[in-house]
Design a binder for this molecule. Sequence first.
Ligand code: NAP
Length: 313
Amino acid sequence: MDKNSKIYVSGHCGMVGSAIVRELKRQGYSNILTRTHKELDLCRQDEVEKFFAMERPEYVFLAAGKVGGIVANQNALADFMYENMILEMNVIHSAWENGCKKLEFLGSSCIYPRMAPQPMKESFLLTSELEKTNEAYALAKISGLKYCEFLNKQYGTDYISVMPTNLYGPNDNYHPTRSHVLPAFIRRFHEAKITGLKEVTCWGDGSPLREFLYVDDLANLCVFLMNNYSGDETVNAGTGIELSIKELSELIARVVGYEGTIKWDASKPNGTPRKLLDISKATALGWTYKTELEDGVRLAYEDFLNNQMRTER
Ligand SMILES: NC(=O)c1ccc[n+]([C@@H]2O[C@H](COP(=O)([O-])OP(=O)(O)OC[C@H]3O[C@@H](n4cnc5c(N)ncnc54)[C@H](OP(=O)(O)O)[C@@H]3O)[C@@H](O)[C@H]2O)c1
């Protein structure tokens, strides 16, 4: 990308899209194109076609999507599949039809099989069954990734994809039922501290192992890949470091300053026992994460305190 290339960042109001815009600006890119969901509904094919025909962006980061935690996914399998699939197909297809030089598609580590050996390599895609609770979302993400691959194969495009582990950071979603585990813990422990709750009960037994990447580090990788990577196979984005959900809860309680007891409700589902990405491909390309988990959680909590108005989105 040149510093004045026309770059469209979809989903720029969301956590990932806003981090990509921040990173592009930080690196001196000056011609960044954005539209809010209200201005352009990416599920509307005719509107997307008109937008691309008019603007003809040279580069596209596809960071828009319908995103949610386990409860939101389980309760709306059809919506998660339909909205993500339609949105991706509309954006990728219109980008290609209007001469977009390079597109980067944001997927998720849930595209990998539920019983995949750990850590999960990019080559494990489609080797066995998916996790049922987010199968719809995963299938939509796999379709987006595959559509990029097939455009490359059939038409010689240079469209790539990146698969991040669990993300967190500024502009995260803190909704009580629609958020992911890390922002959900920040909100619950903060509220417990404020209201003087003596104990907080969390789902499961706290044993599952998870990996977390600070979203600004992901954005740095996204820009890096746009400039330095071409290929059909996706690139995993993570830290390569895992901790248990129990350890995570203790870290967050410490950062937030909650001193009550954390209890576990083992009658609630744990989810997959372990989910760790193999990040050797990104490392071999010359990229590595910068933000340690505790530092990142401090920054995320600061952002949460400054922007509590956003927590109901
Ligand atoms: N968060 C994570 O832990 C995580 C992990 C792995 C991968 N990812 C990937 O990163 C991408 C972005 O995630 P995120 O965490 O940034 O989610 P987010 O904060 O919810 O942002 C998604 C953005 O997409 C917009 N959007 C959704 N549907 C749209 C539509 N039909 N038309 C136009 N805009 C639409 C949303 O606008 P509204 O809010 O107005 O609907 C929002 O601004 C996802 O697609 C996912 O693949 C995220």
